[in-house]
Every structure is written in structure tokens, then in C-alpha cells.
Design a protein around this ligand. Structure first.
Ligand code: NAD
Length: 474
């Protein structure tokens, strides 16, 4: 309330004469006094200081009020008689002051809310909402170099008001220092288990198989909802711990399309590998299988390698390869076409097929007439085969490499039923057995192709994450 001496004035006789200018901050208090001084017992005069003038002289009547707690009747009478005219003026002043004050605080509130969105100001008191804390965990899946958040998106999230804690990771394609440089706090590997339950744990691939209950909100690909091995155990940990799973696979836009996906770089990496395998076949004996591959530091390094391979293959074949991409309008398909163009395959040698071209039903001669087939479709039901063992048994077959980016390897609906195993980075190809004519045929069926380009794949994925609905102000 402030020291009442600041707004009281007395004459030498001790008469109480508040001046309008001095009533500014206490107008309502004065009204209160006017209405029922006796009932209220002048309790707001309790401070001994309040019984002195600004010069320090004691005020006799008020002094006694201070001491006696209850004012004598003559003082009440005197107060009523001396303050009435002044109070009218004071009240008007106070109303004006109050209106001004409201305008000012409203202006202040708006300004601060716009400038500091997570800060809300109300009159004299400022309340700051605790920012949302995202905790990027270190991936535990072997050879997983991708990251759900990148330094670029981390910087954007921090700017948007998040706090981002990043677990140190020896495997991640981005150095820990890149996250630190944009304002993230580095925390120990595996520390997510112990952080407060309000922190949101962000990851890419599934958690390690363990038993303890999960208490946090986890954002990741859980690989549970297609009944993958162990799915019941993984999901059961959430209700036991009170946690929540936000599976990125089911994050869709208003048209139902997945928001967070790695398709483009899967197709890109698949097509690039297919060109390398084609060149390898032409420059090595059939007994020499295509060697293992490892992640590239960036797209340029991969394309440089592929261009070199393509040059040697083209020289050996005396022509550029002809490549057919099916599902070319989708994410994987457009990535595949992009890689073929960047590697230098002539545009007229790239057949871009989608629903319209396959509507007539396979198997398709255009596939066996091509050197490379890149399958990028999103399979939802049984469809006629694009290719099968019979369609391959033709003397004029050129086809020598299939990259099944869709990787529906074990699905009974696969339109590419010519192989049965998923390949890996260590052993990227598997031969198609039982062919009696034409060249040897190799299939690439790696189901984590984007890991070949972890940097670009992470950047492209992470740009979509988190969606506006998960942002604090979105
Ligand atoms: N191997 C990997 O590492 C990897 C990585 C990511 C995605 N994928 C898989 O790749 C597949 C495609 O994913 P996406 O994100 O590109 O899907 P998408 O929906 O973006 O594209 C699929 C495309 O296939 C086309 N298509 C569907 N049926 C077709 C048919 N019968 N004939 C011709 N075209 C057809 C669609 O019209 C669409 O253009 C999915 O099965 C996905 O799981 C594999």
C-alpha cells in the first residue's frame, strides 16, 4: 500500500487535509475511510510512521488513533467534516487515474505478450510460463546415424521458445558441438530415463527392449502398430508408467498424408546404389559380389562416387543405363528420379511410371527391357505382379538390377515376388536364383536406405518436425 505519510497532509492544528495530488494512489482507501471509519477501526494506520507529517512532526489525533486503535468520536466527526469537499475532487482524480492506469497496463500487456510470447503480464505482476523441454535421446539402434532433430531445427525450436536438451551421441551424424553451438544443452547419453516427467523425449527409432515403465511423452517411430515383434511389451510400458506414445508414423496432415517421412532419401539412396551395382556388374566377374556400403557424410560425396561408377559402367556397356521407376510421383519415387538425374542418367533413359502406367496390369515388358528397376510404390492391397520369375525368363532380358525401395519383402501382396530376404548395408544385394537366360540379376532390398545419407535425410525429416500443433504458439 505504501507509506500513508506520502499522501496525507495536516495543518498545524492537526486537521486532516489530504490534497488531491496526494490522493492519487489512495483514492479508494479514502473512500473506504469516508464510508465507515469506525467500523474499520482505521486499521491501515497501524504503522507508527503513519502518524507523522512529512516534516516528521507528530499528528496528535492520528497519533492517538495509532495508539488507541479505535478513534474517538470527535475525530471521526472532524474527519467527516474536513474531508468531504476534498474527497469529491479526490474521487474524480482517482477515477481518471484508474482509467489511465488500465490503458497503460493493457498496452504493457500487449507489448510484452508480442515481444515475449511465453510471458504473460497482469498489472504489476509478471508470470512466466515454464518453457516446454524437449530431450533428444541418443539412438541405440546399431548403425543408426540419423537424428530426429538436427542443429538447424534445434535452433528453430529454441527460437520458438523451447528448451532443447541433447544427449551426447557417438553415432549421430551431427557432432554434439553443432547442437551446443545453436543453444542446446548437452546432457549424458541415456539420461532421458531420469529427467522430470514433464520433459518430452524425442527420438527416431524404437527404444531398447527393457521392462521399466515409461512415464514421459515419447515422440518417435515405435514400430509397434503393424504388430512387429515384441509390440505388446513395448506398448504395455506406457500405461504402466503413465506415459504417452506419439508415433510419428501416424502423424498426418489434413489430407491424411504422413507428415514425417524419410521416403525421398530412401528413393535417392536406392537409385544411387542401383547405379553402382549396375556398374559393378559390368566391371567385375560374376563371382565378385557388390561390396558392403557405409553412410556417406553428405549427398555430394555419394553423387561423386556414383558418377565415377556410372562413367566406368557406361564405358563398359557402351551406353547409358535405362532405368524404370514405378511410384515415381511419390516421395521415394521422386527421390529416385532426382538421384538418377544428378548422377547423369539422360532424361530419356528414365521411365517414370505411376498409377496410370501400371493400370493395364503387369507383368511389364518395359521392366525386363530396362537395365534397372526401382520399385517405389506404396502397397496397400494385392495387385498384379510388376515382374515375376516367368517374366524374367526371356532371352532378350536386359534387367540386371532391381532396387525394391518399397521393401515389402515378406508381404504376400508384393508385386516383385522374385526374392525373399531383406538385404543390409554389409551385404547390399541378393541374387535372383533359378534364372536360365539373360544376365545375372541382383536385388537390393535394404529397409533403412535413408541411413546411407543420414545428414540430408535427418534435415529433410526434421524440417517437418514438430508440426505447428506441437509448437508452443502454433
Ligand atoms: N526401403 C526403405 O528404406 C524405405 C524408406 C522409406 C519408405 N519406404 C517404403 O517406400 C514405400 C513408398 O513410400 P512413399 O513415402 O514414397 O509413399 P508415397 O505414398 O509418397 O508414394 C507412393 C507412390 O506409389 C504410387 N503407387 C501406388 N500404387 C501403385 C501402383 N499399383 N502402380 C503404380 N504406382 C503406384 C502412388 O501413386 C504414389 O505416387 C512405402 O512402402 C514405404 O514404407 C522404404
Amino acid at each position: 500500500m505504501g507509506d500513508p505519510v506520502q499522501w496525507r497532509n495536516t495543518d498545524t492544528s492537526g486537521h486532516f487535509r489530504p490534497q488531491a495530488s496526494q490522493l492519487a494512489t489512495a483514492g479508494l482507501l479514502v473512500s473506504y475511510l469516508q464510508v465507515s471509519p469506525q467500523e474499520q477501526g482505521f486499521s491501515f494506520f497501524h504503522s507508527p510512521q503513519s502518524a507523522y507529517t512529512r516534516r516528521g512532526d507528530p499528528i496528535p489525533h492520528l497519533q492517538s488513533v495509532t495508539q488507541a486503535e479505535t478513534p474517538p468520536p470527535e475525530l471521526i466527526h472532524k474527519l467527516r467534516n474536513t474531508t468531504d469537499p476534498v474527497l469529491c475532487c479526490a474521487l474524480s482524480y482517482c477515477i481518471l487515474f484508474f482509467l489511465n492506469f488500465c490503458c497503460f497496463t493493457s498496452f504493457l500487456f500487449k507489448t510484452l505478450t508480442l515481444r515475449y510470447p511465453s510471458t504473460y503480464t497482469y498489472t504489476h505482476t509478471t508470470f512466466t510460463m515454464a518453457p516446454t523441454v524437449l530431450h533428444l535421446r541418443s539412438e541405440t539402434k546399431p548403425l543408426e546415424h540419423r537424428s530426429a532433430l538436427t542443429p538447424t531445427t534445434t535452433a528453430a525450436l529454441i527460437k520458438a521458445g523451447y528448451v532443447v536438451n541433447v544427449e551426447r551421441s557417438p553415432e549421430r551424424i551431427f557432432d554434439d558441438s553443432e547442437f551446443e553451438a545453436v543453444g542446446a544443452t548437452l546432457v549424458p547419453e541415456g539420461s532421458w530415463e531420469e529427467v522430470p516427467k514433464e520433459h518430452i523425449i524425442v527420438g527416431l527409432k524404437e527404444l531398447e527392449e527393457k521392462e521399466f515403465p515409461l512415464k514421459h511423452v515419447h515422440v518417435q517411430f515405435a514400430h509397434c502398430y503393424k504388430h512387429q515383434a515384441g509390440w505388446e511389451n513395448v506398448l504395455a510400458r506406457f500405461p504402466r508408467g503413465g506415459g504417452t506414445l506419439l508415433d510419428l508414423e501416424f502423424l498426418v496432415d489434413e489430407r491424411g498424408r504422413r507428415v514425417a517421412a524419410f521416403g525421398f532419401h530412401a528413393g535417392f539412396a536406392g537409385a544411387a546404389l542401383a547405379l553402382e551395382v549396375w556398374a559393378h556388374q559390368l566391371t567385375h566377374p560374376p563371382s565378385s559380389p557388390f561390396p558392403g556400403v557405409a553412410s556417406y557424410p553428405n549427398e555430394d560425396a555419394l553423387i561423386t562416387n556414383v558418377k565415377k561408377a556410372l562413367a566406368t559402367g557406361t564405358a563398359a556397356a557402351g551406353r547409358s543405363p535405362r532405368v524404370i521407376v514405378i511410384g515415381a510421383l511419390g516421395r521415394c519415387g521422386s527421390g529416385a528420379v532426382d538421384a538418377l538425374r544428378k548422377a547423369g542418367v539422360p532424361e530419356e533413359n528414365i521411365l517414370k511410371w505411376d498409377m496410370a502406367e501400371t493400370a493395364k496390369g503387369g507383368p511389364f515388358k518395359e521392366i525386363t527391357d530396362s537395365d534397372i528397376f526401382v520399385n517405389c510404390i506404396y502397397l496397400t492391397s494385392k495387385i498384379p505382379n510388376f515382374v515375376n520369375l516367368d517374366s524374367l525368363q526371356v532371352p532378350d532380358r536386359k534387367l540386371s538390377v532391381v532396387c525394391d525401395v518399397s521393401a515389402d519383402t515378406t508381404s504376400p501382396f508384393t508385386p516383385v515376388p522374385i526374392y525373399t530376404v531383406a538385404t543390409t548395408f554389409d551385404k547390399p544385394t541378393v541374387p535372383v536364383e533359378g534364372l536360365s537366360s539373360g544376365p545375372a540379376l541382383s536385388v537390393i532390398s535394404i529397409d533403412h536406405l535413408p541411413s546411407l545419407l543420414p545428414r540430408e535425410a535427418s534435415e529433410a525429416f526434421s524440417r517437418k518436425f514438430p508440426p505447428p500443433s506441437l509448437t508452443p504458439h502454433g
